[in-house]
Each structure stands twice: as structure tokens, then as C-alpha cells.
Design a protein around this ligand. Structure first.
Ligand code: THU
Length: 132
């Protein structure tokens, strides 16, 4: 699957976002080591801190279906022209299930795309030795 096909899955997922507070819809498409793709959207809450980001939602969908290792993720925002990268919490959760060289793509409605590894986005991981 091409990167743009992965982005398209992330954009479709973002259409399901529950984001009445921020009005900022995000979708994620996560590739497992067997090639299967798992999607998620952000799900907000009136107690704002309970909001679940698209990336963590996708990880939970995939892990609940028995996947444990991911090679790439695309994160698409529908309400910003430029790319918006994963928050700190999501970077740590992704790093639990990705090798440091796994790829993270993010993009908005414009043409700009950012490509990084999870190791770049979450470096100097002091808890790495505790991870499985
Ligand atoms: N959000 C995500 O779902 N993923 C990101 O990478 C950035 C932020 C969500 C959280 C909240 O619902 C909204 O976007 C605004 O921060």
C-alpha cells in the first residue's frame, strides 16, 4: 500500500472523529507486521483530559485484534492545512509497539507531509529497557 493510500485510510477514519470541543478531526492508519491496517479517530470527552487521540485509538483497535508490532502509521488531520504530529502520550504508546526505525507520517489538508521515525519522535527513551 502506498503512503497516500495509507493517508486516505487515515482521512476516512478522521470522518468518524468525535471532536465537538476542539472541532479538530484526526484519523490514524496503523500498519501491522502482517500488513493489516488498523484505523482510529480522536474521541473527545466533556472532561477534556479523557480525550483519546486517533493514534492511541488505532493502537487499541489493533492490539484488541491480536496485533503487537507495527511498522508504520499515517496521521491525517482534516482541520489544518499543515501536518500535526502525534502528542507526547501517543509517541510513548506508539513506541511500546514499534521498533525505533518504524515510520510515522503526518499531514493535513495541504500537500506537505512529514516523515519521521518513532525513534526520532521519541528519543532517549529512559524506559526502553522495561518494554517487551
Ligand atoms: N489529536 C489527535 O487525535 N492526534 C494528534 O496527533 C493530535 C491531537 C486530537 C486530540 C484532540 O481531540 C484534538 O486532536 C485537538 O488536540
Amino acid at each position: 500500500m502506498s503512503v497516500e493510500e495509507l493517508f486516505e485510510k487515515a482521512r476516512v477514519a478522521a470522518l468518524s472523529a468525535y471532536a465537538p470541543y476542539s472541532k479538530f478531526r484526526v484519523g490514524a492508519a496503523l500498519v501491522a507486521d502482517d500488513g493489516s491496517v488498523w484505523t482510529g479517530c480522536n474521541v473527545e470527552n466533556r472532561s477534556f483530559g479523557l480525550t483519546v487521540c486517533a493514534e492511541r485509538n488505532a493502537v487499541c483497535q489493533a492490539v484488541a485484534a491480536g496485533r503487537r508490532l507495527f511498522t508504520a502509521i499515517a496521521v491525517a488531520t482534516l482541520d489544518s492545512e499543515g501536518p500535526v504530529g502525534p502528542c507526547g502520550a501517543c509517541r510513548q504508546v506508539l513506541s511500546e509497539f514499534m521498533r525505533p526505525d518504524a515510520t510515522v507520517f503526518f499531514g493535513g489538508t495541504g500537500l506537505e507531509r512529514v516523515t519521521a521515525t518513532i525513534g526520532q519522535l521519541y528519543p532517549l527513551d529512559s524506559l526502553r529497557e522495561l518494554a517487551r
